[in-house]
Design a protein around this ligand. Structure first.
Ligand code: PSU
Ligand code: MN
Length: 301
């Protein structure tokens, strides 16, 4: 894979010099946030990482090139309306690169590319997981299986509340992925600060997180989940959240939405039906995660 990577010069030199680098994904930009908001978020994510003393590396596949670190023009391309980028999970990287296609990378694909580049810390909004009804549909995000095999630290606000969270935590355990609550004992649920499920371990600052991560790497090949709840002022109202979720699930059923489209359709429903409240929450949480990821990357470096 290393020979197949296209590193931005700034990222390459940071990695060479042992400077902290934070990977950022592109699916949240192309498929998770509406146009008109996504480019601004993309810029702010990179700024937040820089302000924390690390170099940002947003990852996408462009014309068959697995790009680790994007130029401003490339970032604009990923965020452009009608860019028509595919959503690429790890299984799609080979086809996209081999066939010269373009696409945005999910947590699974971004984690794998980051690991191949030698980047250990990655910030996103919410990890994919076990979907409700997975017993029937078998819809379990590849994000979970990839974290079992690559040593990437994913800083996120737990998993999306649209998932079967208890089942997702079980699969993380099966795959030996430690789940660390950042200043919390509760596993967060993306738009909500608590899922009602406890985390395995709690850390209260970036130094503690770094100590756990460094120790984990000595024993297991798996990644680490650092779960950072959405900032309190941006948390969604729980009743409203539950109402939107029930509607969203109905929408999926009525339109027979399956596979990779499920998460984008649900997020889009939240965004439009909440009048943008869920977008504010999504923005606030991913920015907070980028800031924390930078702190952790600095502590590890
Ligand atoms: N976090 C967000 N918005 C998103 C995602 C994460 O705030 O859109 C994306 C990630 O790329 C993650 C994907 O990998 O959602 C999960 O998709 P699926 O459930 O199809 O595996
Ligand atoms: Mn899926």
């Amino acid at each position: 894979m290393t020979t197949q990577l296209s590193l931005h010069p700034e990222v390459a030199s940071a990695l060479r010099d042992g400077h902290p680098v934070v990977a950022l994904e592109s699916t949240i930009l192309s498929h998770g946030l509406p146009h008109g908001r996504n480019l601004d978020v993309a810029h702010r994510l990179e700024q937040v990482v820089r302000a924390g003393g690390a170099v940002p590396a947003t990852i996408a596949v462009l014309d068959g090139r697995p790009a680790v670190g994007l130029t401003p023009a490339e970032l604009e391309r990923v965020c452009a309306p009608g860019a028509g980028l595919d959503k690429l999970s790890l299984r799609d990287l080979g086809p996209a690169v081999g066939l010269g296609r373009s696409g945005a990378t999910t947590v699974a694909a971004t984690s794998a590319l980051a690991a191949a580049a030698g980047i250990g810390v990655f910030a996103t909004g919410g990890l994919g997981g076990v979907h409700l009804g997975a017993g029937r549909t078998w819809d379990v995000s590849a994000d979970l299986g990839v974290l079992a095999r690559v040593p990437t630290v994913v800083v996120c606000s737990g998993v999306k509340s649209v998932l079967d969270i208890a089942a997702t935590l079980e699969v993380l355990e099966t795959n030996s992925v430690p789940v660390l609550g950042y200043r919390t004992d509760d596993f967060p649920a993306f738009y909500l600060r608590s899922s009602g499920h406890p985390v395995g371990w709690r850390v209260d600052d970036a130094q503690q997180a770094a100590a756990v991560i460094a120790a984990h790497r000595a024993y297991a090949p798996s990644g680490v989940l650092l779960a950072n709840p959405v900032p309190a002022p941006s948390e969604m109202d729980r009743d409203r959240h539950d109402r939107l979720l029930a509607e969203g699930m109905e929408l999926l059923r009525d339109n027979d939405v399956r596979g990779a489209a499920v998460t984008p359709v649900l997020l889009e429903h939240f965004h439009t039906a909440s009048g943008g409240v869920s977008i504010d929450a999504n923005e606030a949480l991913v920015l907070a995660n980028a800031a924390l990821a930078a702190e952790v990357a600095v502590a590890l470096a």
